[in-house]
Design a protein around this ligand. Structure first.
Ligand SMILES: *[C@@H]1O[C@H](CO)[C@@H](O)[C@H](O)[C@H]1NC(C)=O
Ligand SMILES: *[C@@H]1O[C@H](CO)[C@@H](O)[C@H](O)[C@H]1NC(C)=O
Length: 837
């Protein structure tokens, strides 16, 4: 193999031939001679780079490559006291290990001995002479076999006596650890059947192979670089297309590149530094990221120059099937043209896992064609067909021939482009890229999805032919077309209105809403909601209304708006706020509610003066009312609904201080037997969100129960859970309540202002129910019907609460809490805090 011969020449040193050919005495003389030469003539190294039998290396001794680049010996990683045999950069601080022999079998003392065994293998033994690790080669002899550490970092077992001088019996470059050095080749070697893959370590202290690995996809051709976690694909570079990997997302640099080398014998990937002078390495770290480093000889530090995967769009199938990932897009994922989200709801909350499905199914009928998608990483190739000889045109014809073909592209994009790749089935893991290696993909769609282009043609034909008749006629045509356009607009609006009719929801004229709100005047403004301002108004019948007006630029708002209309129009309960109607006209989107005279609950409970006006029965009634409203949502309504953003500011109070749950912008419906769902985007309010929701994106009725528990404790204490401070400890309100209750001092939680006006037993019951609702594990929390039984019932015996979830938070700085230990964020969870008015 060319590379090895090359290294051989480079490594050439005068002593080796003496050693391998001569007797043991001659070898010894030669060995001394070589040391003498190195000491006297070169004066840079006293190092020994070879081990010959019967020599041995014990713990503390090392081999150093000829030019002092790498060192081989025993080491202990991190804080571990285990001894491993490995290779590292010579005299580099901190020690940078690049290869490990006995990752699975560390020694627990420094008794290890490395030698060449009688059968010619290089072995590691412990103090009992048990073989801990061995190169395991067959049919070799110890006669003339020696171990050498090369300046490339390759540790080789060789015997130059045999016919194939220059071939290694064994080399560490064939057995990747977690590091990829220049000259190492990933992938399959057909002659030996060896599958070379890089494997992460388990942890900083443990060199056992971890769960991540990367190599060349054995599913090829076409060939691509891939990264797995266990057996599941995490990242793919996209196939090699003659220019580069279709989806490789490196920052352009002039230091190195990933190159595909194809020759008669093997196909592999090589890491090629642009100049021989730079030292680079890639590490698959134990969180599954391949990091690329360059040595900065000035600062004597490794510089991190790139990661793979590098952004969310690099994560395999991030947007689900038949979609495209565009990192610069605020929403990141969108369906390919001709496709629509499989679950509109999932899509709206940025849960892309469902992917997209065809708007119009393909049935191999006439008129099906292709839409060009420019500059992308082409899809994964589970079912792919490849022909390197075809032109793009022939490729298209080939795709049209087979009804299950969904897309095609050139297999080689250099020059004019050539070759043919054909996909069948779903198109997975497509991303937009601005790199020379990105290519064009042609996606098959139904005739109706080719729409606009064809229609334009028709219009053109009509126009030209009419022009050829008379100018008058064409003018007529234009007028007619214009009218058609206006009509289309009308139809669209009517469709919206029709949706609304289906919802049995009255619509309001914009003029009458404007009039009712004094033309949306500042003085009528009640506040600012999640998606726009809220105004107070009065309609001619005398009824007071609250108008939520969606900001024009609020994209999220539009989604929440539709969601709210859909859900709340179907609900009716005395503890839910009543939607009177909506107004959709032009760009305007408004929701019209009954006006709640006494503001929202937060207006009272956190304010000491207003709080004063509440006597005990009122807070108790409010708690019961909220519980009833919630039970209706969870169990009794036509749709079973999880509110997901229950908090004091979303509880409105009418003249009689009846609580009404409002703001269904992020509420979700649940199927009959569904008990739990996962979302990729956590939306809610800190302090009220349950642990499983914040951490894992899991929501269920029980996440509402958690929020309800927080609300109970807030109502009773008059304090906010978030930002709660106590001089004696760092607990939040939940932790504080738990501590008091646990110490038998529950009554201390009660706000002094209310102290005189309540029956103690009732309040203690509320605290206990509140604590039960905020249990860490959802299954430990009661359902809302349990809650009502506990609160309403006379003789129910309540379970004893355990420590609540999320009970420790640093107080004061709210942002600290966002990032604090209690709210760990994982890669796939984006925390969005929607603070109400
Ligand atoms: C792995 O690499 C990524 C990206 O450089 C880094 O954020 C992460 O902390 C690394 N993990 C470990 C365990 O070093
Ligand atoms: C279409 O392609 C699929 C997948 O390659 C193949 O199994 C099937 O036989 C092809 N059908 C025809 C009619 O060529």
């Amino acid at each position: 193999m060319a590379r090895q011969i090359h290294i051989d020449r480079y490594e050439c040193d005068m002593s080796r031939s003496t050693i391998s050919r001569g007797s043991r005495a001659a070898a010894f003389v030669g060995f001394c001679y070589s040391i003498f030469l190195i000491i006297c003539l070169i004066e840079i190294s006293q190092a020994i780079d070879m081990l010959t039998p019967p020599g041995a290396i014990t713990d503390g001794m090392t081999l150093v490559s000829a030019r002092n680049v790498f060192e081989f010996g025993f080491f202990s990683p991190g804080s571990s006291r285990n001894r491993y045999l490995g290779i590292w950069y010579f005299q580099m601080s901190p020690q940078t290990i690049v290869w490990v022999a006995n990752g699975n079998n560390p020694l627990n003392d420094s008794s290890g001995v490395v030698s060449i065994a009688k059968d010619g293998n290089f072995i590691l033994q412990d103090q009992t002479e048990r073989i801990v690790w061995s190169t395991g080669a067959e049919n070799i002899s110890s006669n003339g076999t020696f171990l050498q550490l090369l300046d490339s970092g390759n540790l080789v077992l060789r015997n130059d006596n045999g016919g194939n001088a220059g071939d290694y019996i064994w080399q560490s470059f064939d057995h990747f650890s977690n590091t990829w050095l220049t000259g190492m080749e990933l992938g399959k070697d057909p002659s030996s059947g060896l599958f070379r893959r890089m494997t992460s370590w388990t942890s900083a202290d443990d060199r056992a192979p971890g769960q991540y690995s990367c190599s060349v996809n054995p599913r090829g051709p076409p060939l691509e670089f891939v990264l797995w976690e266990e057996d599941s694909l995490q990242y793919r570079s996209g196939p090699w297309n003659g220019v580069g990997f279709s989806g490789l997302n490196f920052e352009p640099n002039n230091v190195f590149d990933l190159k595909l080398v194809v020759n008669a014998e093997e196909t592999y990937y090589e890491y090629v530094p642009e100049t021989k002078l730079v030292t680079t390495r890639s590490v698959l770290n134990y969180s599954g990221i391949m990091q690329r480093y360059v040595w900065n000889a000035t600062s004597l530090k490794w510089l991190l120059v790139g990661n793979l995967p590098n952004d969310p769009c690099d994560n395999y199938g991030h947007c689900g099937a038949n979609s495209i990932c565009t990192i610069s897009d605020p929403t990141i994922c969108s369906c390919l043209t001709g496709f629509i989200p499989k679950s509109q709801q999932g899509w709206e909350i940025h849960d892309w896992t469902g992917g997209c499905v065809r708007k119009h199914p393909l049935n191999c009928s006439k008129g099906e064609g292709f839409l060009e998608l420019k500059g992308v990483k082409v899809p994964d190739h589970w079912l792919i067909w490849i022909n390197t000889g075809m032109s793009l045109k022939e490729c298209q014809a080939e795709c049209l021939k087979n009804c299950s073909c969904t897309a095609y592209a050139n297999s080689n994009v250099s020059g004019q482009g050539s070759g043919c790749l054909i996909w069948h089935g779903d198109l997975i893991d497509v991303r937009q890229l601005v790199r020379p290696s990105a290519q064009n993909l042609y996606i098959r769609v139904a005739a109706s999805d080719l729409g606009p282009k064809k229609r334009n043609k028709v219009i053109l034909v009509v126009l030209t032919s009419s022009l050829s008749l008379t100018v008058m006629f064409s003018v007529c045509c234009i007028i007619l077309l214009n009218r058609a356009h206006i009509q289309a607009g009308k139809v669209k609006l009517q469709r919206w209105s029709k949706d609304m009719e289906d919802l049995e929801l009255p619509t309001f004229e914009i003029m009458s809403v404007a009039k009712a709100t004094n033309n949306f005047s500042e003085s009528n403004k009640l506040g600012e909601g999640g998606f726009g301002p809220v105004f107070k108004g009065q309609i001619p019948t005398g009824q007071e209304i609250a108008v939520k007006r969606l900001s024009v630029d609020s994209n999220q708002g539009l989604i929440e708006f539709k969601n709210e209309v859909k859900l709340i129009s179907k609900l009716q309960h005395r503890n839910l706020v009543k939607l009177l109607g909506c107004c959709i006209q032009g760009e305007e989107r408004m929701l019209i509610y009954e006006y709640m005279h006494d503001k929202s609950l937060d207006y009272y409970i956190y304010d000491s003066t207003r709080r004063h006006s509440l006597t005990w029965t009122r807070p108790f009634d409010i708690i019961i009312g909220i519980a009833r409203g919630l039970l209706y949502l969870h169990r009794d309504s036509r749709l079973r609904i999880v509110h997901r953003d229950l908090k004091a500011s979303n509880i409105l109070l009418d003249r009689e201080m009846n609580p009404k749950i409002s703001d269904f912008g992020i509420a979700r419906t649940f199927g009959g037997d569904q008990s739990c769902e996962r979302t990729g985007r956590v939306v809610g309010t800190y302090g009220y969100m349950s642990p499983e929701y914040v951490v894992n994106g899991l929501y269920s009725m029980k996440s509402d129960v958690f929020s309800f528990g927080v609300l109970i404790l807030e109502i009773i204490s008059g304090r906010k859970n978030r930002g709660f401070c106590h001089p004696d400890h760092n607990l939040n309100l939940l932790g504080h309540a738990w501590k008091l209750w646990h110490d038998g001092n529950a009554s201390q939680l009660i706000d002094e202002l209310m102290e005189e006006s309540f029956p103690m037993s009732e309040v203690e019951k509320c605290i206990q129910v509140g604590l039960l609702c905020v249990q860490r594990r959802p299954e430990d929390r009661p359902t809302m019907s349990d809650v009502l039984l506990m609160l309403d019932g006379e003789s129910t015996i309540l379970p004893q609460p355990k420590t609540p979830g999320f009970y420790m938070e640093r107080c004061g700085d709210e942002r600290l809490n966002l990032l604090g230990e209690e709210c760990p964020t994982t890669n796939d969870v984006t925390i969005t805090v929607v603070e109400g008015r």
